[in-house]
Design a protein around this ligand. Structure first.
Ligand SMILES: [Ca+2]
Ligand SMILES: [Ca+2]
Length: 414
């Protein structure tokens, strides 16, 4: 059997829901995963399949201690009782150089003693937090010996790592396979000759702790593009207007111009589709610090709160010199700023007004607003930057020739 066929098995094996995530019925997932463990291990460790892997992971020992620990009950193995299949503790984590997976059973056994069929320690990995498996990692005893392998859902990436066994823990460490696994949630499975156990039993683990930084872009078709630790969540949204991210990067809210909200990953849905007036469109969305709510803003400067977000007033009934094109929430979530295309800034709640370009001459309309220091800055489509903050002005494109209008700005600080 060649590698291609094995990948096909793996792809087929990865389409089941793990039981991770809010949209998944947890009740069925445990047994589904358990049966999957058996199915996968039945098919995987055969022939020369593992010999010709396209990439070899580093296998370096990670400095990071596995960042998420799951304790599992004794005696909860399925099919029948076998303490060699009974997971007591499972762990996984990630650092800058790769990922590490560990588990220990009630009665540990050396993977070298495992047969080459129906024996495996597995971790089902969801790295875009939608409750579906994106990767599978495992320690298996193959005809080439004990191997640690991690395979992407679509079969496009297979990486080999370093298996380990210290008399208690079975371990698999991987280098930065494809640069993908910056953060993930997971469920471990053990198959000891058809006797299976999973941990956690019916849900995914908590997400691995942050080695998580990056940024997202949003296309007008609603496609989102993650960079750094930002996963690609997938999906499209017609007439996407704006989006906001959880601060840990594990979820997005995308809003279309009519105010319908589409969630990705671990971003909870808290409502949408406010009643808008004729010609009124949503132009911005901002979420609260604990991710349990959001406010959407319209071109008329109206604010609509959902979940635990609260409005602190808006521009209803006021004439605007330019449509509101962006808005940001303060770090506390107790206030927000809106900006109009004319540079007018409107502050609400705890947001402190620090000046604006309203009523002043602009060479080009304002096209972006971001929180900056204790205030904000805005950018115009000609690259002009206007800072209203205790942080400094660091330059702009104002007065310089640029080939196309500026449409966005972000800031960073360490
Ligand atoms: Ca157990
Ligand atoms: Ca269990």
């Amino acid at each position: 059997m060649g590698r291609k066929l094995v990948i096909a098995f793996l792809v087929a094996s990865c389409v089941l829901t793990l039981g991770i995530g809010a949209h998944t019925a947890g009740a069925a997932s445990s047994s589904a995963t358990a049966s999957r463990v058996a199915a996968l291990t039945h098919e995987v460790p055969r022939g020369d399949a593992w010999v010709a892997g396209p990439s070899a992971a580093g296998g370096a020992t990670l400095a990071a201690t596995p960042s998420i620990n799951v304790d599992d009950a004794a005696g909860d193995t399925q099919n029948t009782s076998d303490s060699r299949a009974d997971i007591r503790q499972a762990q996984a984590g990630v650092d800058g150089s790769g990922s590490v997976f560990r588990m220990r059973m009630e009665t540990p056994t050396n993977p070298n003693s495992w047969g080459t069929d129906h024996f495996a320690a597995l971790w089902f990995i969801d790295n875009n937090f939608d409750g579906f498996i994106d990767w599978e990692a495992g320690v298996l005893n193959t005809s080439q010996g004990v191997r640690a392998v991690i395979v992407s859902e679509d079969g496009s990436q297979i990486c080999f790592g370093s298996p380990g066994y210290d008399g208690t823990w079975v371990t698999a460490t991987f280098g930065a396979c494809g640069g993908i696994l910056h953060a993930f949630q997971w469920q471990a499975g053990m198959d000891f000759n058809g006797i299976t156990d999973v941990a956690p039993d019916s849900t995914g683990s908590a997400p691995t702790a942050a080695h998580r930084n990056g940024y997202f872009m949003l296309g007008s078709d609603g496609k989102n593009y993650g960079f750094g630790g930002g996963p690609n969540f997938g999906g499209t949204v017609a007439h996407a207007a704006a989006f906001a991210t959880r601060h840990d990067g594990t979820g997005l809210w995308i809003v279309d111009s009519t105010g319908h909200v589409f969630t990705r990953g671990r971003a909870p849905y808290k409502g949408g589709a406010p009643h808008l007036g004729a010609g009124e469109i949503v132009t911005a969305i901002a979420n609260t610090p604990n991710h349990a709510g959001y406010i959407m803003f319209t071109n008329r400067g109206r604010a609509f709160a959902f979940g635990n977000a609260h409005t602190h007033g808006d521009m209803s009934g006021h004439n605007l010199n330019g449509p509101v094109i962006a808005a940001v929430m303060t770090p506390t979530g107790n206030g927000y700023y809106m900006v109009g295309s004319d540079g007018g800034v409107f502050s609400f709640g705890s947001a402190t007004f620090r000046g604006s370009m309203g009523g002043r001459h602009l060479n080009a309309p304002i096209n972006g607003l971001i929180a900056y220091g204790n205030g904000y800055l805005m950018v115009a489509s000609d690259g002009g930057v206007f800072v209203f903050s205790n942080r400094p002005f660091l330059g702009s494109l104002g007065g310089k020739h640029i080939s196309a209008p500026i449409i966005g700005i972000v800031a960073f600080a360490v």
